[in-house]
Ligand binder design. Structure first.
Ligand code: ATP
Ligand code: MG
Length: 218
């Protein structure tokens, strides 16, 4: 009898321990410059979580496989990064907020609770990236990626659709964007995709060609 009770107690403690080790992984993704890091830092503070900026992690731990001269940026070694993230996720007890435009490709899919894809009107994004001093080519590439929903497409093809939520940050303050994300996260607002259609908006304004055509055709 005593040994049966002991066995029961053991398995119960394993369940409890397992539960306490259950951690939440939230991805914040979107085109470069859309506001991922700014929003993720505040989310981490609000959720008592740990913010991981993939770009920073790659640089800090030299998880690179080379340098992209054209884009003037380090190339992340996706396999090593995915391996490192698995380690961090397994060890960390807090909620993780993982921020990066390629996050959905490297975070273990079964661990992801929610993916927030931040969106921003390409006209605003362009201004923001200009201020950051992006080269013309890099600027065009990123603005086109936003128009063509590239990051959203990547998210919805790697993570189950019901976990992917788009948040339009256009014209909003950082505070309001964080509020929107938290509202969806806590289930007070619906998690939707398809909330923006930049192609239609730019076409209506007669600006789509200008934003998408390559410089060589000018
Ligand atoms: N509603 C908003 N949400 C988020 N950021 C905003 C918002 N409005 C303005 N910003 C500003 O936009 C900038 C976004 O920069 P941030 O570094 O967070 O972007 P990012 O997506 O992390 O870029 P990268 O991909 O290069 O790391 C910040 O200067 C931030 O203050
Ligand atoms: Mg960032």
């Amino acid at each position: 009898m005593n040994s049966l009770v002991l066995m029961f107690m053991r398995s119960l403690s394993e369940v409890v321990e397992g539960r306490s080790q259950f951690k939440r992984v939230i991805i914040v993704t979107g085109t470069p410059g859309v506001g991922k890091t700014t929003v993720s830092k505040q989310l981490a503070a609000r959720l008592n979580g740990l913010h991981i900026d993939l770009g920073e992690l790659v640089k800090r731990e030299k998880l690179t496989s080379g340098y992209d001269r054209k884009r003037q940026t380090l190339i992340a070694d996706m396999d090593r990064l995915a391996h490192r993230l698995r380690q961090i996720i397994n060890r960390e007890k807090r909620t993780l907020i993982i921020d990066g435009h390629y996050a959905t490709a490297v975070v273990p899919k079964n661990q992801v609770e929610r993916v927030f894809v931040l969106r921003r009107d390409p006209r605003q994004l362009k201004q923001l990236l200009e201020k950051r001093g992006f080269t013309k080519a890099k600027l065009k590439e990123n603005v086109a990626a936003e128009i063509l929903d590239i990051v959203l497409y990547e998210a919805t093809t790697s993570i189950p659709l019901e976990k992917v939520c788009e948040i339009d940050a256009t014209g909003k303050t950082v505070r309001d964007t964080v509020k929107d994300v938290l509202s969806v996260y806590h289930g007070h607002q619906r998690c939707n995709v398809g909330v923006v259609d930049w192609i239609e908006e730019l076409e209506e304004e007669g600006m789509l060609d200008e934003y998408l055509k390559s410089d060589s055709k000018r």
